[in-house]
Ligand binder design. Structure first.
Ligand code: HEC
Length: 413
């Protein structure tokens, strides 16, 4: 199983490359049943990635509608009258494969998950950002927009990036309340001035697919760059960018956190490793996690400087104590194929998403008792790629990437 998963991961790695060099005809074409749509797909769906992405796709009808809407946003060349027949052909030809079921685990807290459907179909809300004023910002990865929800009124505003199909991936806020995001498909860090709604772009050079952004105490914006295998820093005052290459080839630098001393840590999601970065020299020091099959996708850090790890490939929750070097891990309730993904810590409790169970499970883990509790995501979730606590520490902001929703999970202890 883990081999299959790594194959899928490797597949997705080729995606952000500017031009997909194709074998024509695509070797996956024989998996497509005969029909007029086959030729349309062979033409319109091979410009950016192989047809493996389509043939191995596993979606229900709503999921295929969302996937095609995402591709239209990305720039797929289907004419308006082709969208419906192609979508129906995909629904019929590639029905959803059985996913691991959500695993109910009872426990001490109550959670209410409220979700909002986004105005643009196929937005692919990637990361949420809970602002100090109680509103929720999100990055629209395929919609190429930054969205803003007022949970009190349900009003959603959308701000489209200056450069189309930028693939806004992660986002963060500066001290003045402006939004900074990674232009994942176009090799830049963007700033949305939240007063004027003007965008500014800062090129990231050899780091062509900036991924997760985070400000340090001095106002320097740090970022990972997955396919470029780098970590970088941008000085917003000058636009100067410095880059460092990960010591492990193709390690896919991914999630990022600062510890209480201001040291930057990131996960290498195509290697069983975490790494820390010296802020001055940008020297990278790696930590090898105990299981060679571990693939740490996102990370979160608690008040004791313990890093919590969503081990996507094995279906584990892991921990690494940055002070003692101690590691420990627990099988996630949804099992080896549950694909733990978005993760955060709130009031000493670890929360994360199982992104491959149907529906997705929001998982609570109490490090004191080492007990899990799980909550089904009402819409299914369609993979919650990131989450973060709200400023008042009562709730979690969620982005439900595959069902075009954002949400807030309110925790009643
Ligand atoms: C303009 C470029 C482009 C074209 C053309 C394109 N895609 Fe994609 N597709 C992408 C990108 C980029 C991603 C990956 C997003 C990611 O995972 O970062 C993707 C991912 C996918 C996925 C996986 C989605 C997911 O949520 O992981 C499916 C399914 C897919 N494409 C189907 C199609 C189909 C069907 C067509 C033809 C109608 C098509 N694509 C044409 C750019 C494109």
């Amino acid at each position: 199983m883990s081999r299959l998963m790594l194959g899928v991961a490797a597949l997705s790695l080729s995606l952000a490359l500017p031009a997909y060099s194709q074998q024509k005809p695509d070797p996956n074409l024989d998996k497509f049943p005969a029909g007029p749509e086959k030729a349309i797909i062979a033409e319109a769906c091979t410009a950016c990635h192989s047809l493996a992405r389509v043939a191995f796709g596993s979606y229900d009808a709503a999921g295929w509608h969302n996937a095609v809407a995402m591709m239209m946003n990305a720039g797929a060349a289907l004419t308006p009258d082709q969208v419906e027949p192609v979508t129906n052909y995909l629904i019929k030809s590639f029905p959803e494969k059985p996913l691991p079921p959500f695993k109910q685990v009872d426990g001490p807290v109550k959670v209410t998950i409220k979700e909002w459907v986004l105005p643009t179909a196929g937005t692919r809300p990637h990361d949420p950002l809970a602002a100090p004023d109680g509103t929720l910002w999100y990055s629209g990865h395929m919609g190429s927009l930054i969205g803003h929800l007022d949970p009190k009124t349900g009003k959603i505003d959308e701000y489209r990036t200056k450069t189309p199909a930028s693939g806004p991936h992660g986002l963060t806020m500066d001290r003045d309340g402006n939004i900074w995001y990674t232009g994942n498909f176009k090799g830049y860090i963007g700033k949305l001035d939240t007063k004027t709604h003007q965008f500014t772009e800062y090129k990231t050079g050899a780091a062509r697919d900036p991924h997760t952004p985070l400000f340090d105490k001095n106002g320097i914006l740090w970022f990972t760059s997955q396919n470029s295998n780098m970590v970088g820093r941008l000085d917003p005052k000058t636009g100067a960018v410095k880059l460092a290459v990960s010591p492990t080839a193709d390690s896919a630098p991914y999630g990022m956190v600062f510890d209480s001393k201001g040291k930057l840590w990131f996960s290498e999601w195509q290697a069983p490793k975490l790494a820390s970065v010296n802020a001055d020299s940008m020297e990278i020091t790696e930590v090898v996690l105990p299981n060679a099959e571990t693939r740490p996708r996102r990370i979160a850090i608690d008040a004791n400087d313990v890093i919590w790890i969503s081990d996507y490939s094995r279906g584990y929750l892991g921990m690494y104590d940055t002070k003692t070097g101690k590691t420990k891990e627990w099988p996630s309730p949804g099992g080896p194929r549950s694909q733990p993904y978005g993760i955060t810590v709130l009031n000493g409790i670890v929360w994360y998403d199982e992104g491959n169970t149907k529906p997705n499970g929001l998982v609570r883990f109490d490090p004191k008792t080492e007990k899990f509790q799980t909550f089904p995501v009402p819409s299914g979730g369609g993979t919650i790629r990131n989450m973060m606590p709200t400023a008042d520490k009562s709730s979690l902001a969620l982005a439900m990437s595959g069902v075009n929703r954002v949400g807030i999970a309110t925790i009643n202890n």
